[in-house]
Design a protein around this ligand. Structure first.
Ligand code: NAD
Length: 437
């Protein structure tokens, strides 16, 4: 059992903190956002994540997990400090490291005993060395420390499961001392033979970007295949399935749609391109994935306009705002640009999302007309666009939907509806890579 402080209690910090407590460690999660800490101390979750409340409650009850906004004291009492603050996209696409660097300074000022500073935030290669330098310069005495890279691979929507049962754990370490303490922190995973990749800090930092960029490339690739399938009467699902049966390819991340979004792929691909530029490496493939992703939003808009060429004053119902199902995260969600494009055409937007509507209004579109039910949203609409693959939307009663709409037009940007049923009911429909089958 190790004493851990997690700095930054967002999607990654909260899930990781609760998971590390579940592994038997004593964890304090901290944040500069006092309201978040207050919520957690009242037993409320600041984010939507399946299974998170149960995990948090279980570990709070055993006193292994607690929350505090007093970061100084939490750092002083910890042996291992995980940095999990945000690293959003800065100017020119580079990662904005201001929060990470501010945390490094706070740690330096509170370095009262040997500590491991472990970066979970996604940070560009070279950041570990930079943090080491900051702490070295800012510490008030000669206390020893180690900076370790431990990138996180959890996915929103299945974050709890992913953290507790990861495909692998990456540890970028430069000292045996840090390595053996982290082996204890992750002891249950060592025992159940989870692969552990022990490497140096720069390799670890690069593994995270290489993985995310590769997945982004895969998504953009299948979207372009889908766009061709649409034109030639082919079915992208059959193509993707058959591609995935080739063991060298794997069927994962071959789902066409409106393009990737969320708080990771858009910013991480840009940051990798930016890092490449700094070192004279031109990431042509990743750049192409980024521009194909931007173009995919327009592909969806074009499908909408095919069905409803004159949108002026017409109600367009958007079903799904989150960048993917099972999360309330709307950062860089395809819905943002697609709604903007529809509004530019004069459409009157009404939107529904079972979880993410509040975040969309709070952070990005304060004037968005959001409704509490699908029925209310589609009433009188001339076009419905499905943008998130929520289970609830997979089970839509299409006959009922058609009755409520003024015209039976539907763009299924996630390919979740039955084409047979759409045809049977007389819908004008478009999807991604299956429109002509
Ligand atoms: P988030 O925005 O949900 O949470 C970040 C938290 O850090 C916020 O609660 C914020 O208040 C807090 N914070 C900011 N500055 C702080 C400071 N100086 N001191 C203390 N707290 C501070 O972000 P997230 O989605 O959890 O992402 C965190 C990092 O993890 C990012 O680098 C991200 O790229 C990476 N990551 C995210 C995911 C994901 O699915 N969200 C997955 C893997 C890795």
């Amino acid at each position: 059992m190790r004493k851990i402080c997690v700095i930054g209690t967002g999607y990654v910090g909260l899930v990781s903190g609760a998971g590390l407590a579940d592994f038997g460690n004593s964890v304090i999660c901290t944040d500069i956002d006092q309201s978040k800490i207050d919520m957690l101390n009242r037993g409320e979750m600041p984010i939507y994540e399946p299974g998170l409340k149960e995990l948090v409650d279980r570990n709070v009850a055993t006193h292994r997990l607690s929350f505090s906004a007093d970061i100084d004291t939490a750092v002083q009492n910890a042996e291992v400090i995980f940095i999990a603050v945000g690293t959003p996209m800065g100017n020119n696409g580079e990662a904005d490291l201001r929060a990470v660097e501010a945390v490094a300074t706070t740690i330096a000022k509170n370095l009262n005993s040997y500590k491991i500073i472990c970066t979970k935030s996604t940070v560009p290669v070279g950041t570990g060395a930079r943090l080491e330098k900051i702490i070295f310069q800012e510490r008030l005495n000669e206390t020893a420390f180690d900076v370790v890279s431990n990138p996180e691979f959890l996915r929103e929507g299945s974050a709890v499961k992913d953290f507790l049962n990861p495909d692998r754990v990456i540890l970028g370490v430069s000292s045996k001392r840090a390595q053996s303490i982290l082996a204890e922190v992750y002891r249950p995973l060592y025992i159940n033979d989870t692969p552990m990749v022990i490497t140096n800090v720069p390799s670890s930092e690069m593994i995270k970007y290489a993985s995310n960029a590769f997945l982004a490339v895969k998504i953009s690739f299948i979207n372009e295949i889908a766009n061709l399938a649409d034109k030639v009467g082919a079915d992208v699902h059959t193509i993707a399935k058959a591609m995935g049966q080739d063991g060298r390819i794997s069927p994962k991340f071959l789902h066409p749609g409106p393009g990737y979004g969320g708080s990771c792929f858009p910013k991480d691909t840009e940051a990798l391109v930016h890092t490449g530029e700094q070192y004279g490496v031109d990431f042509q493939v990743v750049k192409a994935a980024i521009s194909a992703n931007a173009a995919q939003r327009k592909v969806i808009l074009a499908k909408a306009m095919e069905l409803l060429p004159d949108m002026s004053g017409k109600v367009v119902a958007i079903l799904g705002l989150a960048f993917k199902a099972n999360t309330d995260d709307v950062r860089d969600a395809p819905a943002l640009e697609i709604i903007k494009g529809l509004e530019e055409q004069g459409a009157v937007i009404r939107a529904y999302d079972p979880i993410a509507a509040k975040n969309m209004k709070k952070h990005f579109l304060p004037n968005l007309d959001t409704r509490n039910t699908v029925d209310e949203t589609v009433e009188g609409a001339e076009l419905v666009i499905i943008l998130t693959e929520w289970n609830e939307l997979r089970g839509l009663n299409l006959a009922d939907l058609k009755n409520r709409m003024t015209a039976p037009n539907i763009v299924d940007a996630r390919n979740i509806l039955s084409i047979d049923q759409l045809k049977e009911l007389g819908f004008n429909y478009r999807n991604v890579g299956r429109s002509t089958i």
